[in-house]
Design a protein around this ligand. Structure first.
Ligand code: PMP
Ligand code: GLU
Length: 399
């Protein structure tokens, strides 16, 4: 048999997706698993969005669309960027894709030549480095830790830039850290990126899931120079509880939008017509829904962080956005489970929690920091209560 593509063979499957899939399989098999693996809002898509999708089907909107998306949706994205972010990007500089993951893939595939470097703050979302490598690039990590508040400094960003640096991949608010760079941090990053002519891929998928009165700031809104280098990726998955509809978008410079349009016209054509009509209703329907979810996420965040901090040996920073907690748990490494297995790191710890406590969480190793584990609190309070009991039980049973 001939070998397969070496770049695809080198790809690690997404661990967040793998753990979520495993948890769902175990649940389907009747096991009482509490799943804090995937970051997926537990709320249902609002009815007015479903109704718009159903109406589009009844109107016969079931055929191919333009590869860059239906005009109504590109207009809705353009209007949203102006209204919510103060950014002017016309519809012909917007490309609708099949989720934000696809938008990230499109941007990286369009930007990268072999050996180009992409700077990624760590801990990072699992998918970023794998996609950079898939498209021939080299991920360059700038590390942060619980001790530095899971944030990188502008100096560290600048120190990582080389003549091969093509882009900086900024996830703000961050999955998995829950941390948020504010306006002054972003201004400092922007100055450096403009000075070195480096693109910023700005993943804004959690922009409206912010706590304690924070307001979203897109780095693209901080002046024309940085806007010309900013490649926004965003979508409706999280803000409107629409993960399964698969709608994301790219918004940025015209030549990049054009190249992504050509790529989609050959590779995927366009996301499902019906989902695009649903996304129009979502974006034009206001932010009341996401703010309501945010109130609930605030209650859950406070509960989860208090419960984590009450477990001796756990360090738990307070998330500022998104719906993830990333506690540092390395004080448990080297200890033994009741069955006598030594916990060597986050992978062992998560395997133990799943097997012995029926609790699914994601090892920090997947995000480039083995000292922590990630918990998604986009699930009900009942589940979170059970999860925290199980986590406390599992961790305190280690000796
Ligand atoms: N970016 C980040 C930071 C994410 O956490 C996720 C996870 N859903 C995505 C992109 C992908 O979003 P989508 O489901 O729209 O592909
Ligand atoms: N982004 C979510 C997460 O980090 C969903 C799974 C995925 O796409 O990675 O859990």
């Amino acid at each position: 048999m001939k070998p397969l593509s070496s770049s695809v063979l080198a790809l690690a499957p997404s661990m967040t997706v793998a753990i979520d899939t495993r948890a769902k399989e175990l649940q389907a098999a009747g096991q009482d698993i509490v799943a804090l693996g995937a970051g997926e809002p537990d709320f249902d898509t609002p009815d007015h969005i479903k109704d718009a999708a159903i109406a589009s089907l009844r109107e016969g909107k079931t055929k191919y669309t333009s590869p860059t998306g239906i005009p109504e949706l590109k207009q809705a994205v353009s209007d949203k960027l102006l209204r919510e972010n103060g950014i002017q990007i016309p519809p012909d500089q917007i490309v609708i894709s099949s989720g934000v993951k696809h938008a990230v893939a499109n941007v990286l595939q369009t930007l990268l030549n072999p050996g180009d470097e992409v700077i990624i703050p760590a801990p990072y979302w699992v998918t970023y480095p794998e996609l950079v490598k898939l498209y021939g690039g080299t991920p360059v990590f700038v590390h942060s830790s619980v001790e530095t508040g899971y944030k990188i400094t502008p100096e560290a960003l600048e120190a990582a830039i080389t003549p091969r640096t093509k882009a900086f991949l900024l996830c703000n608010p961050s999955n998995p850290t829950g941390m948020v760079y504010g306006r002054s941090d972003l201004e400092a990053f922007a100055k450096i990126l403009v000075k070195h002519d480096v693109y910023v891929i700005s993943d804004e998928i959690y922009e409206h899931i912010l706590y304690d009165g924070r307001k979203p700031v897109s780095i693209a809104s901080l002046g024309d120079d940085i806007a010309a280098l900013t490649l926004i990726v965003n979508g409706v998955s999280k803000a409107y509880a629409m993960t399964g509809w698969r709608i994301g978008f790219f918004a940025g410079p015209a030549r990049i939008a054009k190249a992504i349009g050509a790529l989609q016209s050959q590779a995927t054509h366009h996301p499902a017509n019906v989902s695009q009509y649903a996304a129009v209703a979502a974006l034009n329907g206001g932010l009341e829904f996401v703010y309501k979810m945010g109130e609930e996420f605030t209650r859950r965040r406070d509960f989860v962080v208090a419960a984590l901090r009450a477990i001796p040996g756990v360090k738990a920073p307070l998330p500022e956005g998104a719906f993830y907690a990333l506690p540092e748990v390395s004080s448990f490494y080297g200890k033994k489970t009741p069955k006598g297995k030594v916990i060597q790191g986050s992978l062992d710890l998560c395997a133990y929690l799943l097997a012995d406590e029926l609790l699914a969480v994601v090892p920090g190793a997947a995000f480039g920091d083995d000292r922590c584990i990630r918990l998604s609190y986009a699930t009900s309070m009942d589940n979170l209560q059970k999860a925290m009991d199980r986590l406390r039980h599992g961790l305190t049973a280690l000796v």
